[in-house]
Structure formats: structure tokens, C-alpha cells
Write a protein that binds this ligand. Structure first.
Ligand code: HEC
Ligand code: HEC
Length: 406
């Protein structure tokens, strides 16, 4: 490098840029396009935002929900892991890692959770820890996108490992976590607590109805220009703004005339300027390949032929992303979950469904927007029954194996 990096570069960011530049150039086949470094810079910034930016949502999680008190008083690391929170092992200094291994770090004490938050080691949780009268106190806390859309590889122990950004955290029980807030009524607490693991209702606080959707992955969205189960936005940034402002409580504005939503939090906009980088990072996240040996290749090959033929799946799940989202959205009846009450589509901006891109399916069971199909076999069985496909039991298994190979 012959140019000095500008001072806004943190060392971490710079290293991330260098790493990402390598990746980008490699993926361009070594071609010398001038966009590589800029894209890499944007993606590296986006990664920081995805992992660590709260958009100022501490005003909601701290001042309104008082989650800093809940965490300090009640949430040991053991409890945190039970509700699906994850710990980034790469953020742990050797002394802490060793202490967890040999049992000298107390995983039953909320003070340890505060210490882990201080290290930025709890995925999706961002806190400010201040030493008051010699004691580390959690004075502010907020959440980031990584809370729901990252997990870890469990390489250290269950729930503790290297970050896997974009992977849906299907162990996370966001509703149960929110239900611990002392600011909620008994009725509200009961509703939040009822949603369950891997589920979240991003419209409950808008329309008052409660029917959670599964937390989808944020990977594999390159070339998909309709976002969410109902295709509400033309790009990821639309929905990122929605979630950042209306769900996380970030400081900024979200307006959606189709739903009569016009929400502004605070007087500063801490969301808009983050969206391009955040989107660039998500678009860089490829769907993870299925683990070796996790599906039967022979059955999967037979399943592919059925998927494209007798089972008619590829009439909607088209192309490399397995979706016709860029061409059309679908009437409610094309979702195997409908009719449902309340209808997820009816609560959305489009009132329609997007054909879900089938990327990295093995990673994120259960399937369909309400999580009603626990396995790929169940998915195919539902289609077979509702669409009268006439698949034999063996053919159902074959298509299910193919789905696991994607
Ligand atoms: C509390 C959990 C939670 C948090 C925090 C959260 N999301 Fe989501 N996300 C969801 C749920 C649930 C959906 C499904 C919404 C739907 O389709 O109706 C979703 C949908 C998405 C999608 C659409 C995926 C697709 O297939 O089209 C993307 C992309 C996404 N989120 C990215 C983000 C980003 C970026 C952030 C931070 C600004 C974020 N999410 C914060 C739960 C969350
Ligand atoms: C008429 C269009 C259409 C056809 C045909 C179709 N799908 Fe779908 N598919 C959709 C839509 C729309 C969704 C979203 C449904 C929902 O979540 O409510 C979906 C969702 C799915 C999902 C869930 C993905 C996830 O992450 O939740 C799987 C798996 C799937 N389809 C597989 C198949 C298979 C296998 C076939 C053939 C047997 C098939 N689809 C045929 C439109 C279609």
C-alpha cells in the first residue's frame, strides 16, 4: 500500500477490507475491474454495521424496555444460550476462553454476561459497560441485525463458536427475550412469549395481530429483487429500513403508504446512511453448501428430474435462485399455508406471496413462512396432497433429498 489509509479506518476495518478485496478479486476471476476495492470497502463497512450497529436503538431496548436491568439481574450465559443467544469465540481473549473450558468462569452469573457483552462477544447484542463504584455495570444495551440473522459454528462448544453471518438463528427465541421486559403488560408478555424459537412477528407492533413468521436467512439474495415472504420491497434496503426503524427502534424514518405506516424515531437519522453498505454486505453472503454426506446424491438426482418435471416445482422455483420473484408475485392460494388466520399476505404491503428462493435449505428448517413444514419431506408431502401431483412415497423422498442438496 503506498497510500496512507484515511483516519476513519479502524485496524479491524482495514483488515476486513483487505480480506474482502482478496475475495472480490478472486471471484472476478482476477479481472482488473476498478470496482473491486470500492465494493470490498462497502462490504466491509456493511459487515461492521450488520454485526455491531444498533442505529441508536438503545433508546428502545434500554430506555423503554429496560433490558439492561433484565440482563444484569437475570440473564446468565447459561440462560442466554438457552434462549438461543450465541457467543463469538473469536472475541474471547485466551484467559476467558480457558476460564470457560476449565470452569473458572461462572456461566451461571449474570455478571459474566455483562463481561461478555463488554467484549462484544454476544452476537447481536451491543452494550455499553461502565465501571461504577468498582463494579462493571451495563448502562446501555441495543440489538443489531446479527441477533436474528447470524449464528455460530459451535466450534468451541454448543452456542459458542465463529460467527456465521446471514444464517437464520433458528435457536433464538426473540419473543421470549422481549417478554422479560418489565415495561410490558401481562397480556403483551404472554403474546411475545408464545412465538417460540426461530420465530418473530415483524408486524405485531404495527397491526396488533400476532402470528409470527420464521426468521429467514439473509444469505443467497444476490439477484433476487423482491424481498420478504411477500415481496414487499424491490431490494434488501427497503426491508432493512423497515426492521431498523419499526422493529429494532433505530433512529430514523420508515414510510409505507401501502400500509399507512409513517414512523420517525428521534430527530437524527442513523439508518439511511448505513443502508447501501448493509445491503452490499448481505448481497455478498452466498448460501452455504450442504455439509458433505448430508444428502443422498443418487436420490437427489432423481429428485431433480421430478422437481423439473412431474412435480412441477420449477414452474415457480426457476433459475439459479429458484424463484420467479423478479417476474411475478403469487396470489395467496399459491402458498401451501393458506388459508391461514390471520393471513400473513393480508398483513403485508403486497397481499401476495413471493416464491421463496431455495437457497441453503438444509440450514434453516422449518419451512414455509409459518414454519409449518418441519422437514423437506413434509414440504413435498404438502405439495403432493394439495396440488394432486400423484407422487409415489419414493418420489416424495427423492424430491426431498434434492431440496437438501440446494
Ligand atoms: C428480531 C429478529 C430480527 C431482526 C433483529 C432482524 N430481522 Fe430480518 N427478518 C426477520 C423476520 C421474522 C423476517 C421475515 C419477514 C417477512 O418476510 O415477513 C426477516 C426478513 C429479513 C430479510 C428478507 C429475507 C428474504 O428472503 O427476502 C432480510 C434480508 C433481513 N431480514 C435482513 C435483516 C437486517 C439487515 C436486519 C438489521 C437491520 C434485520 N434483518 C433484523 C427477523 C429479524
Ligand atoms: C405456484 C408456484 C409454486 C410452485 C408450483 C411450487 N412452489 Fe414452492 N413456494 C412457492 C411460494 C409462493 C412459497 C412461499 C410459501 C409460504 O412460505 O407461504 C414457496 C415455498 C417453498 C418452500 C419453502 C422455502 C422456505 O425457506 O421456507 C419450499 C421448500 C418449496 N416451496 C419447495 C417446492 C417444491 C418441492 C415444489 C414442487 C413440489 C414447489 N415448491 C412448487 C411457490 C411455488
Amino acid at each position: 500500500m503506498n497510500r496512507r489509509p484515511p483516519s476513519i479506518f479502524s485496524r479491524t476495518l482495514l483488515l476486513a477490507v483487505l480480506a474482502a478485496t482478496g475475495a472480490t478479486l478472486a471471484s472476478c476471476g482476477g479481472g482488473g475491474g476498478g470496482g473491486g476495492v470500492n465494493t470490498a470497502l462497502l462490504q466491509a463497512q456493511g459487515r461492521q454495521i450488520f454485526r455491531f450497529d444498533t442505529f441508536g436503538d438503545e433508546i428502545f431496548w434500554t430506555d423503554t424496555l429496560r433490558m439492561h436491568e433484565v440482563i444484569e439481574q437475570q440473564v446468565s450465559p447459561t440462560l442466554a444460550l438457552t434462549v438461543g443467544l450465541k457467543v463469538d469465540s473469536e472475541a474471547l481473549p485466551a484467559s476467558v476462553a480457558n476460564g470457560i473450558r476449565n470452569g473458572t468462569v461462572d456461566l451461571t452469573s449474570p455478571a459474566t454476561t455483562v463481561a461478555l457483552i463488554k467484549l462484544d462477544a454476544v452476537v447481536g447484542i451491543k452494550g455499553r459497560v461502565e465501571t461504577i463504584n468498582g463494579v462493571d455495570r451495563l448502562t446501555r444495551v441495543g440489538v443489531t441485525c446479527a441477533l436474528c440473522h447470524s449464528t455460530v459454528d459451535n466450534s468451541f462448544s454448543s452456542g459458542i463458536g465463529k460467527r456465521l453471518d446471514g444464517w437464520a438463528n433458528r435457536d433464538l427465541d426473540p419473543g421470549l427475550i422481549i417478554s422479560l421486559s418489565p415495561a410490558l403488560s401481562t397480556t403483551q408478555k404472554a403474546i411475545y412469549a408464545s412465538w417460540g424459537k426461530g420465530m418473530y412477528d415483524p408486524r405485531f407492533n404495527i397491526d396488533g395481530l400476532s402470528k409470527p413468521a420464521v426468521i429467514p436467512p439473509a444469505f443467497g439474495l444476490q439477484d433476487v429483487h423482491k424481498i420478504t415472504f411477500t415481496g414487499d420491497g424491490d431490494d434488501i434496503a427497503y426491508w432493512n429500513r423497515y426492521v431498523a426503524v419499526t422493529q429494532m427502534g433505530g433512529q430514523g424514518t420508515f414510510t409505507e403508504p401501502r400500509l399507512g405506516i409513517n414512523i420517525t424515531n428521534g430527530t437524527q437519522d442513523l439508518v439511511s446512511s448505513r443502508l447501501p453498505a448493509l445491503q452490499a454486505y448481505q448481497l455478498s453472503l452466498a448460501a452455504p453448501a450442504p455439509p458433505a454426506g448430508s444428502f443422498d446424491a443418487t436420490a437427489s438426482a432423481r429428485g431433480k428430474a421430478l422437481f423439473e418435471g412431474k412435480a412441477r416445482c420449477s414452474t415457480c422455483h426457476t433459475g439459479s435462485t429458484f424463484t420467479d420473484a423478479n417476474l411475478r408475485l403469487h396470489p395467496k392460494t399459491d402458498s401451501m399455508v393458506e388459508p391461514e388466520v390471520p393471513s400473513h399476505a393480508d398483513r403485508s404491503a403486497t397481499k401476495l406471496y413471493r416464491t421463496t428462493p431455495l437457497r441453503g435449505l438444509w440450514q434453516h428448517a422449518p419451512y414455509f413462512h409459518d414454519g409449518s413444514a418441519a422437514t423437506t419431506e413434509q414440504v413435498v408431502t404438502v405439495y403432493n396432497t394439495k396440488m394432486l401431483l400423484g407422487l409415489t412415497p419414493q418420489e416424495i423422498l427423492d424430491v426431498a433429498q434434492y431440496l437438501r442438496s440446494l
